[in-house]
Design a protein around this ligand. Structure first.
Ligand code: FAD
Ligand code: NA7
Length: 484
């Protein structure tokens, strides 16, 4: 034991980052406790250990996305010669049960794994008493815990807008994956990736989502790609209410929800009735319960700033994952940062987390994946004259028989214009986008150049091979649409 503390390390938050850090620290000989506590949502939804990704994030989202893609595939199957019975329809309650059963099995495995790996799991809400002491609020009362080192990995929760009826009648991504009724006609407020993904799978499952967009779609992503993602969703019959903000939500006598909203450009106020209103307007870091001031830890806009070694302003208190300020909010980012931190703390490693060029996917019906710079960020960084954008539309072979729309299947590479022609960013809109971009992410991190990309032999017939066939530059003005 280092110093006179109960633990070498206490990790606050048993999600992606916290668990990875705790397990790695134990593997290197540290004595570790990990606290995890979930406050129920306003509608009473709660869940087990493992954090956002497992319970109300990546995993249930991917499963519902898959359910929605399967529905699409069944419809396509007829064109491929399958005798498909007339009408197929989803059973929401069966889907929710399957998804929740999977989550419960992951919760169980997580607890067993913690026990096997000798991470002490404390199901309590942590708040600092001083910089080496934590108070954990447990079901059985409060417990005081001391530790030499702390890692804050508390993540975030969805925000609610400050309008009448928002909290009483609206739900968020924290509720949708366990909703005990069909969502029906749903207003999705927010056009970040969570809003678009939820609207996408709801449409695929046969419900009627509408997306309300305050300003732009997919802020932070390449805006040409964002435009194509939105257009591909509109083509599938998802309406986008643009430049619109919600004003109020009221419950009607029939139980449905009357939403009043305003067009911010024209000032026009309108309303519509929905079965479900889902807020996807961003997430708030969970700093409030931590009593950070007792430990002297500074926060910034409900996030915690850290240096390149994930250290807060207090040298023995670190933070990883969604709670840190200004870094990508993604599970693999939290996991790797947590693991590397534990190795630096307990295994003499000096390796730091590299937050640059992190690949990501938006699981909309037509998926979008990217790695590296957006076109606008490349222009901002290097200047429009110094970059070359290679692009092209393409037609996935498997889309022909069911006559699926290929209008928005598109790839582009943003690269250095001269010299080595280093690739700065890759963008892909089409099927299985995450699977396509993951390997290219490793290539980009290894210094991929346009000549290397062009000299890579494609795998035919795939959609990933389109990256090896990019010959048209935007600057040339040539039509990037394939002839056949
Ligand atoms: P979390 O996983 O949120 O874990 C923090 C834990 O700490 C929680 O259990 C919380 O309840 C607990 N806690 C908070 N305060 C305290 C306290 N004071 N005491 C004790 N415990 C506390 N990422 C991807 O990479 N791919 C995706 O496809 C993807 N899809 C997503 C879809 C949705 C709908 C959402 C919401 C997120 C998605 N994410 C995705 C993001 C991903 O879930 C997060 O980046 C990741 O979970 C962050 O991990 P974390 O360890 O920082 O926090
Ligand atoms: P994001 O990516 O922060 O997107 C939130 C969306 O909600 C975005 O389109 C916002 O529009 C919109 N928004 C925000 N506040 C409001 C209000 N008050 N009314 C209407 N619309 C609003 O959040 P996500 O939930 O998709 O993702 C959460 C995080 O996970 C995100 O930070 C990623 O980094 C990872 P805006 O563009 O601000 O006008």
């Amino acid at each position: 034991l280092r110093g006179n503390y109960d633990y070498d390390l206490v990790v606050i938050g048993g999600g992606s980052g916290g668990l990875a850090c705790a397990k790695e620290a134990v593997a290197h000989g540290a004595r570790v406790a990990c606290l995890d506590f979930v406050k129920p949502t306003p509608t009473g939804t709660k869940w087990g250990v493992g954090g956002t990704c497992v319970n109300v994030g990546c995993i249930p989202k991917k499963l519902m996305h898959q359910a929605s893609l399967l529905g699409e595939s069944v419809h396509e199957a007829a064109a491929y010669g399958w005798n498909v019975e007339d009408k197929i329809k989803p059973d929401w309650s069966k889907l929710v049960t399957s998804v929740q059963n999977h989550i419960k099995s992951v919760n169980w495995v997580t607890r067993v794994d913690m026990r096997d790996k000798k991470v002490e799991y404390i199901n309590g809400l942590g708040s600092f008493v001083d910089s080496h002491t934590l108070s954990a609020k447990l079901k059985s009362g409060d417990r005081t815990i001391t530790s030499q080192t702390f890692v804050i990995a508390v993540g975030g929760r969805p925000r609610y807008p400050n309008i009448p009826g928002a909290v009483e009648y609206g739900i968020t991504s924290d509720d949708i994956f366990s909703l005990d009724r069909e969502p029906g006609k749903t207003l999705v407020v927010g056009a970040g990736y969570i809003g678009l993904e939820c609207a996408g799978f709801l449409k695929g499952l046969g419900y009627e989502p509408t997306v309300m967009v305050r300003s732009i779609v997919l802020r932070g992503f390449d805006q040409q790609m964002a435009g194509l993602v939105a257009a591909s969703m509109e083509e599938r019959g998802i309406p986008f209410l643009r430049k619109t903000v919600p004003l109020s939500v009221e419950k009607q006598a029939d139980g449905r929800l009357l939403v009043k909203y305003e067009n911010t450009e024209t000032g026009e106020v309108d309303s519509d009735v929905f079965d479900t209103v889902l807020w996807a307007i961003g997430r708030k870091g969970l700093v409030d319960d931590l009593n950070l001031q007792n430990a002297g830890v500074l926060s910034q806009k409900d996030k915690i700033p850290v240096d390149s070694e994930e250290t807060t302003n207090v040298p023995h208190i670190y933070a990883v994952g969604d709670i840190i300020y200004g870094k990508p909010e993604l599970t693999p980012v939290a996991v790797l940062a947590g693991r590397l931190l534990a190795r630096r703390l307990y295994a003499d490693s000096t390796l730091r987390m590299d937050y640059a060029d992190v690949a990501t996917t938006v699981f909309t019906p037509l998926e979008y994946a990217c790695v590296g710079l957006s076109e606008e960020d490349a222009v901002k960084t290097y200047g429009a004259e110094e970059i070359e954008v290679f692009h092209g539309y393409y037609k996935p072979t498997e889309f022909f028989i069911p006559q699926k729309s290929v209008r928005y299947c598109y790839v582009k590479a943003v690269a250095q214009r001269t010299g080595d022609q280093l690739v700065y960013g890759l963008h892909y809109l089409g099927p299985v986008a995450g699977e396509v971009i993951q390997g290219f992410a490793a290539a980009l991190k290894s210094g991929l150049t346009i000549p290397t990309l062009m000299n890579t032999v494609g795998i035919h017939p795939t959609t990933a091979e389109e990256f090896t066939r990019l010959s048209i530059t935007k600057r040339s003005g040539l039509d990037p649409t394939p002839a056949s």
